[in-house]
Design a binder for this molecule. Structure first.
Ligand code: 5AD
Ligand code: FES
Length: 358
C-alpha cells in the first residue's frame, strides 16, 4: 500500500508513470484507491475547466463499413445489420438542429464507407462550416490517407477522433482481421496531429484478451502521442460478432482509467461515453466525477439510432432519445456540474490558436 501511495503521488505531481508503476497500480485498485484517484482527477479537471462539462452533438451518418473488426456490431461481416446512410442534406439538417439546440461541436461519425468519397465529405464539412462558422466540426470516420485528412482539414474540419484501440501489436491482431494493423492506425494519428487537427485517441476497457500490461502500454502510448482528446469506454459484446460471448469491461476499471488519464494529461478533453452510460445507469455521471469533462449526446435522426449499434443495449436509441439534451442537462446539474455550449477546445490548443479559433 505504501508503494501504491507513492505511485499515486508521483502520478499527481508529475503526470508520468513508468510501465512498472502503472501495472501494480492497476492490479491493486481498491475502492479507497479509486476514490483517491477520482478526487485528484476531478480536482485537476476543475482547476482547468471549472465545473464545466462540454457537449458534442453526435451524428452517426452511416453504418456501412468496409472493415470487419471482431468486436464491432457494424462490421461488414454482420449480415443482420440493417444498413443506412444519411444524405448530405440530412446531415447538414441534423447539424442545424443541433446548432439550434445549442451545440457548438458537431461530430460526424460513421463506418468506413466508400460511398462518402473525399469530395462529398469536403462538401459536407464546408456546408456545415458555412452555415455555422462558430461550430467546431469533428470527424470520426476511420483510417484515411494523409491527403484525405489534409483535404478534410483544409475544408474546415477542426478535430478528428480515431481510437488507437490497443497499442500492443499482438493484441491488435487478436481484435482485427489481418488487413488492419496497429502500425497504420498509429501512423494515421501522427498524420492527423501533423496536419493540425485536435486529435483524439483511445481504447476499449476490458476488450477480449486485454491484460493490465496492454493497458499500461495504452496509457504510455497516450502520454507519448499527447492527444487533445481521449475516448475510452468499456467493451460491450454485440450478439452478431466474434466476441458475442465475451464479458463486458468493468465499470470500476473504466472509472479508474478515466482518473489516471486525467492525471496524465491534465487538460485533455475526456468524454464520459455512451458505453459507460450503457453498463451502468449513472455511468456517465460517475465518469464526470472521476475526471471526465465531455458528454456526447446523440443527434442522429431517431429513426436510425437503433441501427448504429456497435454493441448491444446501447442507451438513447428508443422513444426517450429526442429528450437526450434535457436529460443530460439534468443529470449533470444533479452532480454539481454545468453543461456549457461553447466549442470547448482544449485550453492548451486555445492558448496557441488564431483569432478564428483554429
Ligand atoms: N463495445 C464498446 N465499444 C466499441 N466500439 C466498437 N465496438 C465496440 C463494442 N462492442 C468502439 C471502438 C471504436 C468506437 C467508435 O467505438 O473503440 O473506435
Ligand atoms: Fe439520452 Fe438521457 S441522454 S435519454
Amino acid at each position: 500500500m505504501a508503494d501504491i501511495s507513492f505511485i499515486i503521488n508521483k502520478l499527481t505531481e508529475t503526470g508520468s508513470l513508468t510501465r512498472d508503476e502503472i501495472i501494480p497500480l492497476l492490479e491493486n485498485l481498491t475502492p479507497e484507491i479509486r476514490q483517491t484517484l477520482a478526487e485528484r482527477a476531478s480536482s485537476i479537471a476543475r482547476e482547468h475547466y471549472g465545473n464545466k462539462v462540454f457537449v458534442r452533438g453526435l451524428i452517426e451518418f452511416t453504418n456501412y463499413c468496409k472493415n470487419d473488426c471482431y468486436y464491432c456490431g457494424i462490421r461488414c461481416g454482420n449480415k443482420n445489420a440493417e444498413r443506412y446512410r444519411l444524405s448530405k442534406e440530412e446531415i447538414v439538417g441534423c447539424a442545424s438542429c443541433g446548432y439550434d439546440l445549442g451545440f457548438r461541436t458537431i461530430v460526424l461519425q460513421g463506418g468506413e464507407d466508400a460511398y462518402y468519397k473525399d469530395e462529398l465529405m469536403v462538401d459536407i464539412i464546408r456546408a456545415i462550416k458555412a452555415a455555422h462558422p462558430d461550430c467546431a466540426v469533428t470527424l470520426s470516420i476511420g483510417e484515411k490517407s494523409y491527403e484525405s485528412y489534409k483535404a478534410f482539414f483544409d475544408a474546415g474540419a477542426d478535430r478528428y477522433l480515431l481510437r488507437h484501440e490497443t497499442a500492443d501489436f499482438d493484441h491488435y491482431a487478436k481484435l482485427h482481421p489481418a488487413n488492419l494493423s496497429a502500425e497504420n492506425r498509429q501512423q494515421c494519428l501522427y498524420n492527423l496531429k501533423k496536419i493540425g487537427f485536435q486529435t483524439g485517441a483511445g481504447f476499449m476497457v476490458g476488450s477480449p484478451y486485454q491484460t493490465y500490461e496492454n493497458i499500461a502500454d495504452d496509457l504510455l502510448f497516450l502520454k507519448k502521442l499527447d492527444p487533445e482528446m481521449v475516448g475510452i469506454g468499456p467493451f460491450i459484446p454485440h450478439k452478431d460478432t466474434v466476441f458475442a460471448d465475451f464479458k463486458a469491461g468493468g465499470l470500476e476499471l473504466t472509472l479508474a482509467l478515466l482518473s489516471i488519464i486525467r492525471l496524465m494529461l491534465p487538460t485533455v478533453l475526456l468524454p464520459a461515453t455512451t458505453a459507460l452510460g450503457t453498463i451502468a445507469p449513472n455511468g456517465r455521471e460517475l465518469g464526470i466525477l472521476a475526471g471526465a469533462n465531455v458528454v456526447m449526446p446523440n443527434l442522429s435522426p431517431v429513426g436510425v439510432r437503433k441501427k448504429y449499434a456497435l454493441y448491444d443495449n446501447k442507451i438513447c436509441t428508443g422513444e426517450e432519445a429526442a429528450e437526450c439534451m434535457n436529460c443530460l442537462k439534468n443529470r449533470i446539474s444533479n452532480i454539481g456540474y454545468e453543461i456549457v455550449t461553447d466549442r470547448g477546445d482544449n485550453i492548451r490548443y486555445m492558448q496557441g490558436s488564431t483569432k478564428e479559433g483554429r
